[in-house]
Write a protein that binds this ligand. Structure first.
Ligand SMILES: Nc1ncnc2c1ncn2[C@@H]1O[C@H](COP(=O)(O)OP(=O)(O)OP(=O)(O)O)[C@@H](O)[C@H]1O
Length: 244
């Protein structure tokens, strides 16, 4: 088992001092008018993935998909439940995050590699492939902030998928870039999966999920509606969407 999520719940606290600022917090405390609300963005989710699985996570806006990805990638600790992960993770969450706008494309690539735990030698070896897949050969020495958003996402995708992780997490990234790059990145993803990488993909495109995933996790308002084989769950989800 590569990933085993057992009854995961994740709570956000709304209105604490991180949201309202320290000054407002003190004011409200003094006036005895300080309240926090809790909100369960993910509530009792369980699933397990084997090596080479590609799971698609579906669900409407606010279903808890991105929050769950943050827990899988280790950015957030679940409030309840246990998450067992056996393998190194390469996560591609909010695009452009984890890059430094003033550093060059090349510097950022090495920085990202280091953040993912790879050695300089490994990155030296992979670098040409990453840059050429991202089609950014002519932009290597430009500051990252000068790239278009499509170029930024191409670079992020290229790094995440070419460094050979054991677990790859992709949040809506296969829908970025232009049509040609989308096609190319889907092909790359299939190649990566065939190489035995376990992949978790959030996508609003059911067609894409049907084409690429062997399992699907369906969330709705934080709750798990279903986890199972792609065809069955996609059919049920599609029916649900049509009835809405
Ligand atoms: N930092 C936060 N603090 C409080 N609530 C949050 C925070 N981040 C997300 N939420 C809430 O948690 C719920 C789940 O959000 P999440 O981003 O995980 O959903 P999603 O399924 O990825 O949605 P979408 O498809 O719209 O991207 C939403 O109701 C959202 O408002």
């Amino acid at each position: 088992m590569i990933i085993e999520a057992n009854d995961i719940s994740i709570r956000y606290i709304l209105g604490d001092f991180k949201d309202i600022g320290l000054k407002e917090y003190v004011m409200r405390k003094v006036k005895k008018n300080y309240h926090v609300r809790e909100f369960w963005a993910v509530d009792g989710v369980s699933f397990s993935l084997e090596k080479g699985d590609m799971v698609g996570i579906v669900g409407g806006n606010g279903a808890g998909k991105s929050t769950l990805l943050k827990a899988i990638s280790g950015i957030m600790v679940p409030t309840k439940g246990s998450m067992k992960i056996n393998g190194n993770i390469s996560a591609l969450l909010e695009l452009g995050s984890g890059f430094d706008g003033d550093l060059t494309v090349q510097e950022n690539t090495f920085l990202r590699g280091a953040m993912l735990g790879y050695t300089r030698e490994f990155m030296n070896e992979k670098y040409p492939e990453i840059i050429s897949f991202a089609e950014l050969d002519e932009f290597q020495d430009r500051p990252f902030k000068q790239l278009s958003s499509g170029m930024k996402s191409r670079l992020a995708f290229s790094i995440a998928s070419l460094v050979k992780p054991e677990i790859l997490i992709l949040d809506e990234v296969l829908s970025v870039g232009d049509g040609a790059f989308q096609k190319k990145s889907e092909e790359k993803m299939l190649e990566v999966i065939n190489g035995g990488v376990t992949t978790i993909l959030v996508s609003h495109s059911l067609d894409q999920i049907r084409r690429m995933c062997n399992k699907v996790l369906w969330l709705d308002k934080g709750k798990q509606i279903a986890f199972g084989e792609t065809e069955e769950i996609c059919d049920r989800y599609q029916e649900f969407l049509e009835k809405k």
